[in-house]
Write a protein that binds this ligand. Sequence first.
Ligand code: SF4
Length: 88
Amino acid sequence: MTHIIAEPCIGTKDLSCVDVCPVDCIHPTKNASDGTTAQQLYIDPDTCIDCGLCVDECPVKAIFPQDELPEEWSKYIQINADYFKNKA
Ligand code: SF4
């Protein structure tokens, strides 16, 4: 299980979630090469420990536990995973 960042993050990328994540699995960070060009932030599903700390930090409520992700945003499960697959 993981947490997922969905559509409200697009164009927002507040980064508060990055600061609270204890395992640094939310990317890109501000100084990453794609920090300004990425459409949204993404959670690495292989590293997320499901602590939930990021959920309340998000000002636009874009982060959900995977099993509570609204159906309309289900494609973001793949979108988050793909970001890290393409990096590997
Ligand atoms: Fe990081 Fe916890 Fe959020 Fe997973 S649930 S992305 S480990 S802060």
